[in-house]
Every structure is written in structure tokens, then in C-alpha cells.
Write a protein that binds this ligand. Structure first.
Ligand SMILES: C[S@@+](CC[C@H](N)C(=O)[O-])C[C@H]1O[C@@H](n2cnc3c(N)ncnc32)[C@H](O)[C@@H]1O
Length: 268
């Protein structure tokens, strides 16, 4: 691998697979290494990961368009991942170029590549930070520049909270953001669940144990608790494909194969 490539920063871990780079591989991206591809192949043997990421990105797109339609013009995307097509700023700024987006990810290659992609876009930025520290992120210079916390905002936590163990109390982390957001703000979230395919998700959990981010799929009730203080919009917490599909046929016969619950809630 050519270390001079600008998307490869000095500080990164090539020995242990990362969820961000595995996700990039499954989505067909090029920002991954052999260790990531091998782990991703093990994941693909356990669960229908290609369908899972495709359906997850579809939910993300529909949720952003819903939020823009609802009047939201600023977004905080936590665990944003390696940019592919249809990133939050592209979807939102296509609808309204004045939309502002702050991306946050913990993985250095994700951040380096996002910086390249966002160069010249005055209404979007990325920072490397740990989402488990809401105050650090909300008080960062980039948040001050791009986000007005006195106005409603779209908080995006898509396919990321499953990487936060119970011991770090994911529920209080979400509450740490919610308390700082203006009324009328929204939370859009998707999350791994063992409910649909318990045995195969248990195999996926084993694969993630060998990566930088062990995964903790959660039940419907556990994911619902992440929305404490938010009122869910229709249709509530459902499998990704079932969240406001573009056509009635879209969810297909096996929506539980997405292994991801998704919902959008509003802070009232
Ligand atoms: C599966 S990807 C999801 C990417 C994107 N949100 C999406 O749904 O397409 C999960 C991302 O969360 C990031 N991540 C995991 N733990 C994190 C943490 N504690 N703080 C910030 N980012 C984190 C990973 O680096 C990775 O890029």
C-alpha cells in the first residue's frame, strides 16, 4: 500500500480490521486494507451484509430527505463513515445548498478521506472525535461554526450505537446530546439487532470481536430506549426497509434480513 496516498494518514491501525473500512469494502469502496477485506468476507459469510448496508443507506437517504422536508437545515452526523455516494451533505445540499453538516468519526482514514471530499465546501466539515463525548463535540470550534444549537438540528446516529457497549451507557450518551438540542430537533438512528436472525447475528458478533469495534446488537426494547425524550414519527421503530419505503413493494418479503432497526424521533 502506498503510504503517500493522502487518504492514508500517518496515524492508523492497519493490523486490526476497522468497522469503517469493512463497511467501505462491503459498499464497494476502495478505502480498505487486506485485514478489513478478510474480516468483511467473514461477516458476509455470517449475515447478508451487502443487503444490510444497502438498506441502511436507503434509510439514511429517506430520513435526511424527511428532515429537510420538515424544515431542518443543519445536521450532526455521528459515526459518519467513509464517504461513498449519497452522503448526508450531498443529499441535504441538493435539496437546499444552505444546509450545514458536521461529520464526526473516530477512524483516521474516514476523517482524512472526508476532509478531501469536503475541501471547498464551506457548509460542511469533519472532525475526528469519539461520539461518547457529546460536550467535546458540541463545544468544538467546527460545531460553533456550523451548528446553531438554539435552532432545531438533525442528529444522525446511523449504524453506530451498536459499537458502544452497555458499560459505556449508550442511553446516557444520547441523552447528553438531546439535552443540548433545541426543541423540534430530530434524532435519526439505525442499530444492529439480534431479533430477526439471532444465530447468524451471533456469528457476526464473533467477527466484530476481532476488529477495533466489537458490536453489541440490541433488542427492539433496548433500541427504543435510545429514543427516550423523542417522539417517534410514523411508522415508529421498524426494520430499515420498512421505514417510509418509496414504494409498498420495497420492504420485500424478508425485511428482518436487514438486521437493523431504524426510526426518526423529534424532541418536543
Ligand atoms: C458501520 S459504519 C456506519 C457509517 C454511516 N453512519 C452509515 O450508516 O453509512 C460505523 C462508523 O462509526 C464509527 N465509529 C464507531 N465508534 C465510534 C465512536 N465511538 N465515535 C465516533 N465514531 C465511531 C466507525 O469508525 C465507522 O465509521
Amino acid at each position: 500500500m502506498d503510504k503517500k496516498l493522502t487518504w492514508v494518514p500517518d496515524e492508523f491501525n492497519i493490523v486490526v480490521p476497522s468497522a469503517a473500512r469493512m463497511y467501505d469494502y462491503v459498499l464497494g469502496g476502495a478505502h480498505n486494507f487486506k485485514v478489513d477485506r478478510e474480516a468483511a468476507e467473514r461477516l458476509l459469510a455470517a449475515v447478508p451484509a451487502r443487503d444490510m448496508v444497502r438498506l441502511n443507506r436507503g434509510f439514511l437517504r429517506r430520513a435526511i430527505l424527511f428532515l429537510v422536508e420538515a424544515g431542518i437545515r443543519q445536521f450532526l452526523d455521528l459515526g459518519s463513515g467513509i464517504p461513498t455516494v449519497d452522503n448526508v451533505h450531498e443529499i441535504a445540499q441538493e435539496a437546499d445548498p444552505s444546509c450545514r453538516v458536521l461529520y464526526v468519526d473516530i477512524e483516521p482514514i474516514t476523517v482524512a478521506h472526508s476532509q478531501l471530499l469536503l475541501a471547498g465546501n464551506g457548509n460542511a466539515a469533519v472532525i475526528r472525535a469519539d461520539l461518547r463525548q457529546p460536550q467535546t463535540i458540541l463545544d468544538s470550534p467546527e460545531a460553533h461554526r456550523l451548528l446553531d444549537l438554539t435552532q432545531p438540528l438533525g442528529l444522525i446516529m446511523v449504524e453506530v450505537m451498536q459499537f458502544v457497549p452497555d458499560s459505556d451507557d449508550p442511553w446516557s450518551i444520547v441523552a447528553g446530546y438531546r439535552e443540548r438540542l433545541a426543541r423540534g430537533s430530530y434524532l435519526a438512528l439505525s442499530h444492529f439487532t439480534p431479533d430477526g436472525m439471532p444465530e447468524r447475528m451471533a456469528q457476526a458478533v464473533e467477527v466484530f470481536k476481532s476488529t477495533q469495534e466489537p458490536a453489541y446488537p440490541r433488542t427492539h426494547a433496548e433500541v427504543m430506549r435510545l429514543f427516550d425524550g423523542f417522539e417517534l414519527v410514523e411508522p415508529g421503530l421498524v426494520y430499515t426497509a420498512q421505514w417510509r419505503p418509496e414504494s409498498p413493494q420495497d420492504p420485500g418479503a424478508h425485511p428482518h434480513h436487514s438486521n437493523l432497526y431504524a426510526a426518526v424521533g423529534q424532541k418536543l
